[in-house]
Design a protein. Structure first.
Lengths: 364, 1097
């Protein structure tokens, strides 16, 4: 006796959260059944393995049918085939678009292309995430990227509108899209200590301050929205950053800046002497990073540079985080007191974001 | 020009990409009704076209309105080649034809293609302006309401229940036409879908006409089925119960009509002859009263008083030797009758013979406890005694029996007078209180027929007609051809009627008909419950109130229906009677089998449970007549075993009655399957069931004895366990005190076989049993061993689960609102090696048990819950395949309250019933605004239509409901039950009756057979929901999947499936809705089209 056909269709589509997770994690039906057996479900319910097998198959089939709709979540809401309560729909979407930290760290900042997709095998081996799950996550990234890439307006809003994700997840996707678009390098060994959260935090700050969308604050005229793009950095701004070079190129200005900072922080830092000794190096590093951002390649290396030029020197001198904060605050504020400096707004736009990023990046 | 149909195509969405180059579609729409077609403009390059068309107007007569579906085809415009069809939507506009149902159909419909499934959606608005038509000879029956619900629909009141209506129409199946060889599968499927839609429309219209003729205004318990007879054609048949319903529109309708006599007076003018005695043999339907109210009693005059010479319906069949005990022989395997047939095409193998005598039936019983003294009854009584006198029977017959005898005479009239009203059948399974007086038991009949092409000259050359399908009404066409499908059913119905008569009953309730077809053999089955009804209900329901009171006086509440309707001294079969354990006045049988739902007032101890008997029998492959012979030889044995199994399982559960019994016999190439499902309960009125005793044939073998006693112990333990599980702890009654003849152990558990349907075969076996010990299970061979084992292998549902196949679970009243309707299908392939009866039985048993286990597992999150209306269907699509389809609904209930003891339960249910009435009282007030008083063809209708916005009033109502967050798709509940727990049905919008075909030539790509069928069933649900939502409804009640025919050819990577579903579209309002609305925060983006927007649970 073999079962040729075995289906269960409810008027309200049954969704088993545990099975959904197993499916998302890319387990085959037999693996999923084995895992479920291990979870002790048979003992709890008095079911047999055959029942579990049939149940798992059913759910997998349902998920497989739902997957097409999940690729465009608004379709899931408007479709008529599966009657799913709204809360369940939200859960389905949210879980489908959720990703693994380990996975995202591998592809963050990479071009979401076929080439990268070919590397998924390696990523799967490295992270222990099934290839299937890797593919799903990669495809999600790519899909979201494709949809919002050319869109105007707030990146997070766009993602939320087209994929109906929670605020939190939409922000993460905004970071992924932003990183993928600007191809920031995140894979270097030096950057391995950083989490996705660190990068996402930086991405958000950069989107808020450094992109085209950042300055086009709610333009009333729809035509002026042309440039309101969140995914691309503001090229003009990057060009202007060259002007900051004066801060390190002009020796007087650099000395004055240093003395202003040192005066203000004397006695407040536990690492004052180290700071004093390193000030010029650090300042040069930060300003040079800014000046280099005109080149695409250097934009990609932004995080490598920040870590190399600032985080690592401070860390080797064992600066406490609070001292870093005090220093950066003072460092950016003091510039306003420099008489010869003519770009305070530009500086603030640059340093405001950078300060936030650096503080986030500064940890072990 | 009696009607104008107006259609507007608004928009489409989610269309498939039809142009690979642009990834877009240039869609346009064809709207077709009858022979008229309109087209929209082409909406270029969009997957979400906005046609916003003008109103397309079709001016048609109402006959077409009823028959034809509106056909909407979405196409992709192609400049260089033929336009590609994207898909179709068929809309049944019938609901727009009743004044009280929907006024507009408006909403998103899935665009369906038989090859690709659902491909996007289309937004359509449909309206109908009906003009008043007073033409008496019209062929349409607009305005007659149809309900699938097998009880009086909730917001209506039955004024008169007229009785049985049936009709069938026949056509050639397009799938088997020569043209099918040259057309595409899509064209063939669409031809079939459209034909069946047309045939259903016509069938409904014809039934409607019969109802109008009976002066009814509605059909309740409407059941329409298709017989796909293959080469020989396509039969669409329907049965139902004609009623005159009154919308509960004012509280006044509820007043107990103490003015009933005046009502009767009013009826009298309709009579041709107010004096019933002048009717020669009296009115014959149970609805005898209806005769008084209708003038056109064409057939009555023909009924001579000589009808007492009653005869077997089918003169060809030799009458059976009469005897008091052999009265039912539905499946006599005698072949002799076959030769008598005019045509070999129809081989009547199991013709029944009817005992032609009344005398044994009109028995001299006097039931003192029931004494009606209304004038009408007296009249009837006079009439009745007259006929009894002719037969020389005793005179002291009771009113009930006289009614019955009158009916019998009618029934006994020569079969050429077979008319629908002749059959006192009711497809209802639940009744207004007081309607059901006594229940006799299950009556059923089966007959094996050989199919042959339905000879019909009209088939020739109809293809070129303006109307591409000519529908043929077999009745009118070939009335003198003996081998018509109609005649087949008439025979079966006659047989049922005579069975009921033998049980001392004048009516059959819970009546249903079914077929099983394999190649050219067809088994026709009919079954129902013989009953005695309160005739007053059949005349004028306004007496409800008075009647109820009277019944309360006369019949002890809650046990009256159990009392035997037949005569104790002249029992039609060997049964064991005791005094009713409830009232102690009347006799009751020891076991009661019925096909109806448990009456609401029945006193039940403990809870009920689903009981199934499953059986397979191998049969040799054979052709034509030999095959039919083999089948009819097997049938009686199967029936017998199924009943034995049911009885044993019932006893094992410690219960004494079965409700909702449905026995399905399925025929396959090389086997027969029997599946009986019922809900077992313990009726307080019936005696405690005895146990099961096991005996061996070789008593001297010591080890064997030990084994036997071991088995016995196991059985006893199981009974004890079940009693605990189902909370069966009846008050101890020393039966001696009642002074009833006390059953000795052997009699105690005697099978009341005759209550079930029986055959002479069965009788023989029974007799032999009787000589030894009827109640003992002998395990002298492996077969019996298997039986005992199978008894013990049925595992009870896990804790927190209950299951039943009736509307509600006896013993549970506190339903909460969560419901989940589902369909589950399983197909197993038997390995041909182990094809023995035992192995087959085991496989089948496992299949069913595993299926149930799977259901319990899947629905575990709903615990505590009950699977209600569990409906199993078995089919044998191929040699080694068994397909089981289950549809049921899981309903949650409140555990705490459910654990109360029995007594409060009963009180509760009574309270509940009364509150229901109160609710009904309130509702009409609310409905007054939107429900116009029912004119058959209200001129007001047009006005209503005009007023209706695309929203429809249903939508409007529902907008007050909490909106479904973020979603434009309203929730539509589906349930096989006639109610929705925790909610009130405020409006019936019309019947949903849909037929779909889905075919694939890429089975593997669609996920194999499971993927294919899973997707299809999901699509069917979606289409049903969309139609309901478009009518403005938010639920389908009495939903049923009548057919799910699945065929596969894995080698060719092909599969095809046909599904037929039906139900009643309704608007319901949650009882708690008002409070909920104020509590909930409406979400901002509730779209205007949000219909039925209650949040799913």
């Amino acid at each position: 006796m073999t079962s040729e056909l075995d289906i269960f269709v409810g008027n309200t589509t049954l969704i088993d959260e545990d099975v959904y997770r197993l499916w998302l994690d890319g387990y085959s039906v037999s693996d999923a059944v084995a895992l479920r057996v291990r979870s002790g479900i048979l003992e709890q319910t008095g079911a047999t393995a055959a029942v579990l097998q049939s149940d798992t198959m059913d759910h997998y089939r349902t998920f497989h049918m739902l997957e097409r709709l999940l690729h465009a979540p608004p379709k899931l809401l408007h479709q008529l085939i599966f009657q799913i309560p709204p809360s369940r729909q939200a859960l389905l979407i949210e879980r489908y678009y959720a990703f693994d930290e380990a996975f995202v760290r591998e592809v963050l900042g990479k071009k979401l292309s076929k080439g990268t997709k070919k590397d998924l095998d390696d990523i799967s081996t490295k992270t222990g995430i099934t290839l299937k799950s890797c593919r799903r996550q990669f495809d999600n990234f790519k899909r979201v990227f494709k949809v919002v890439e050319e869109m105007r307006g707030s990146l997070v809003d766009n993602i939320q509108q087209h994929f109906l994700l929670s605020d939190r997840l939409a922000r993460d996707y905004a970071a992924i899209v932003f990183f993928a678009n600007n191809r920031f390098e995140t894979g270097k060994k030096k950057l391995q200590y950083l989490s996705f959260g660190d990068f996402a935090f930086c991405a958000e700050l950069m989107i808020q301050n450094w992109t085209l969308g950042a300055i086009g604050e709610a333009p009333t005229d729809p035509d002026s929205q042309v440039d309101d793009m969140d995914v691309d950095l503001d090229k003009e701004f990057l060009q202007d950053l060259k002007e900051l070079k004066v801060l390190v190129a002009d020796k007087d200005l650099l000395d004055l800046h240093k003395s202003l900072v040192c005066t203000a922080l004397r006695g407040k830092l536990s690492v004052f002497s180290e700071m004093e000794a390193n000030f010029k190096n650090l300042s040069r590093g930060l300003v040079n990073v800014a000046a280099k951002l005109t080149h695409n390649k250097d934009v990609r290396d932004l995080f490598v540079d920040l870590v190399e030029k600032f985080v690592e020197p401070c860390r080797s001198d064992h600066w406490p985080l609070n001292d870093v904060r005090l220093f950066l605050n003072q460092y950016s504020a003091s510039v306003h007191s420099l008489d010869g400096f003519r770009h305070p707004t530009l500086w603030d736009r640059y340093m405001g974001t950078l300060r936030g990023c650096l503080l986030r990046l500064y940890h072990d | 020009m009696p009607g104008k149909l107006k259609v507007k195509i608004v928009a489409g969405r989610h269309l498939p990409v039809m142009d690979r180059a642009s990834d877009l579609t240039d869609a346009f729409v064809e709207v077709k009704f009858g022979n008229t077609t309109f087209k929209t403009d082409v909406y270029l390059k969009s997957l979400n076209p906005q046609w916003n068309s003008e109103w397309f107007k079709f001016e048609v007569d109402d006959e077409d309105l009823q028959d034809e579906p509106l056909q909407i085809t979405v196409l992709d415009h192609d400049t260089y080649s033929a336009n590609d069809a994207i898909g179709k939507v068929y809309i049944d506009i019938d609901p727009l034809l009743y004044s009280e149902a929907a006024t507009v159909i408006s909403g998103w419909f899935p665009i369906y293609d038989t090859i690709h499934g659902i491909r996007g959606e289309i937004n359509v608005v449909v309206k109908v302006d009906l003009f008043n038509d007073l033409n008496r000879f019209r062929q349409s029956s607009c305005g007659v309401k149809f309900f699938c619900t097998t009880s009086i629909p909730k917001c209506y009141r039955a004024v008169i229940i007229h009785g049985f209506v049936e009709e069938l129409v026949v056509n050639e199946d397009p799938e088997y036409q020569w043209i099918d060889r040259i057309r595409t599968p899509r064209a063939s499927n669409e031809a079939r879908q459209r034909l069946i839609s047309l045939m259903s429309g016509e069938l409904q219209r014809k039934i409607g006409l019969k109802v109008l003729e009976m002066r009814g205004n509605a059909v309740v318990g409407y059941l329409q089925c298709f017989d796909l007879e293959g080469e020989s054609g396509l039969v669409v048949r329907a049965i139902g119960t004609a009623c005159t319903l009154d919308k509960l529109s004012s509280p006044a309708a509820f007043l107990p009509a103490c003015n009933s006599p005046s009502k009767e007076m009013k009826e009298i003018p309709f009579n041709e002859d107010p004096n019933p005695n002048t009717h020669s043999s009296g009115p014959s339907t149970p609805l005898k009263n209806q005769t008084y109210s209708f003038s056109p009693s064409k057939s009555y005059s023909r009924q001579s008083s000589s009808s007492d010479t009653d005869l077997s319906l089918t003169p060809k069949t030799a009458p059976y030797p009469q005897g008091p005990r052999i009265y039912l022989c539905p499946s006599s395997p005698s072949l002799s009758c076959g030769s008598l047939h005019l045509k070999k095409s129809c081989l009547l193998l199991s013709e029944s013979s009817l005992t032609p005598h009344h005398s044994s039936l009109v028995s001299p019983v006097l039931r003192k406890s029931v004494s009606f003294s209304e004038e009408l009854f007296l009249a009837a009584s006079g009439m009745g005694s007259g006929s009894a006198g002719k037969e020389g029977g005793p005179f002291k017959a009771l009113l009930r029996q006289q009614t019955q005898s009158a009916l019998e005479q009618r029934g006994g009239s020569p079969h050429r007078f077979c008319r629908r009203r002749e059959f006192p059948f009711f497809t209802l399974t639940a009744f207004p209180p007081g309607f059901l007086v006594h229940v006799g038991g299950v009556v059923s009949a089966r007959s094996v027929k050989l199919l042959d092409r339905i000879h019909n000259p009209a088939f020739v050359g109809i293809m070129g007609n303006t109307r591409s399908y000519k529908l043929l009404d077999w009745n009118s066409f070939n009335s003198d051809e003996p081998e018509t499908r109609d005649a087949w059913w008439a025979e079966i119905r006659q047989e049922i009627k005579s069975h009921a008569k033998a049980l001392g009953c004048h009516a059959v309730v819970g009546y249903s008909e079914s077929t099983s077809i394999c190649e050219e053999v067809c088994i026709l089955s009919a079954s129902g419950t013989a009953a005695v009804l309160n005739p007053r209900f059949l005349q004028d329901g306004t007496m409800e109130g008075c009647l109820e009171q009277r019944l309360e006086e006369n019949l002890p509440a809650g046990c009256g229906f159990c009392h035997i309707p037949y005569d104790e001294l002249n029992m039609p079969f060997p049964a064991h009677l005791t005094y009713c354990c409830n009232c102690r006045k009347q006799k009751v049988p020891d076991v009661l089998f019925t096909t109806i739902d448990l009456p609401t007032d029945a006193i039940v101890i403990g809870k009920g449970c689903l009981i199934q008997a499953r059986l397979c029998r191998l049969k040799k492959k054979a052709q034509a007549e030999a095959n039919a012979t083999a089948i009819s030889n097997l049938l009686p044995f199967m029936e017998y075993e199924v009943h034995t199994q049911l009885m044993n399982k019932l006893k094992l559960k410690g219960m004494n009655a079965l409700f909702g019994l449905r026995i399905q016999i399925t025929v396959g190439e090389n086997m027969l399957m029997g599946l009986a499902s019922a809900t077992g309960v313990y009726l307080a009125a019936l005696p405690t069931p005895g146990g099961i005793q096991i005996a061996g044939k070789t008593p001297n073998d010591g080890s064997y004895e030990q084994h036997i006693s071991h088995m016995q112990k196991k059985i006893n333990d199981t009974i004890a366990k079940n009693k605990e599980l189902y909370e069966i702890n009846p008050p101890e009654i020393a039966e001696e005190i009642i002074g009833s003849p006390i059953p000795e152990p052997r009699q105690r558990s005697r099978l009341l076989r005759s209550q079930s349907e029986s055959s002479d075969e069965v009788m023989e076996l029974d007799l032999s049993h009787g000589k030894k010990d009827a109640f003992v299970l002998e395990i002298d061979d492996t077969d019996a061993m298997e039986d005992v084992h199978s008894l013990l292998t049925d595992v009870p549902p896990p804790s927190g689960f209950y299951s039943c196949n009736t509307e509600i679970m006896p013993g549970i009243n506190n339903w909460t609102s969560e419901i989940q309707m589902f369909t589950s299908v399983r197909v197993i392939r038997l390995s041909s090696l182990n094809l023995t009866n035992q192995a087959l039985n085991k496989n089948f048993n496992d299949l069913c048990e595993n299926l149930l286990k799977s259901l319990y597992f899947k629905l575990r999150s709903m615990i505590p819950c009950c699977l209600c209306h569990v409906n199993f269907t078995v089919s044998l699509p191929e040699d080694e395949l068994i397909q089981v389809t289950v549809t049921a609904v899981a309903i949650t209930f409140d555990k705490n309250q459910a654990l109360q003891t029995t007594k409060p339960h009963v009180e509760k249910s009574l309270q509940r019933a009364s509150t229901d009435n109160e609710e009904l009282l309130q509702f009409p007030l609310e409905l007054c605004s939107d429900s116009l008083p029912s004119h058959p063809f209200p001129p007001a209708k047009a006005v209503t239509v005009e007023k209706a916005s695309p929203m429809g009033e249903g939508n409007f109502r529902n907008r007050s409901a909490p909106p479904c967050a973020n979603s434009t798709v309203g929730v539509v509940k589906m349930t096989p039950l006639s109610f929705i727990p925790g909610a009130k049905i405020t409006k019936y919008l019309g019947i949903i009756n849909m037929f779909f075909i889905r075919e694939t030539t890429s089975l593997r790509e669609e996920g194999g057979v499971s993927g294919f069928l899973h997707a299809f069933i999901a699509e069917v649900f979606a289409m049903v929901r969309a139609h309901v939502a478009a009518l403005g409804g938010n639920a389908v009640v009495s939903y049923i999947m009548k057919q799910c025919v699945f065929m596969e050819n894995p080698n060719k990577n092909q599969a095809q499936c046909l599904i037929n579903v039906s139900g009643d579209a309704v608007i319901f309002v949650r009882e708690s809705e008002l409070e909920v609305v104020s509590a909930q925060q409406p979400t901002a983006n509730c779209q205007p089209l949000c219909t039925g927007g209650e949040v799913t649970t």
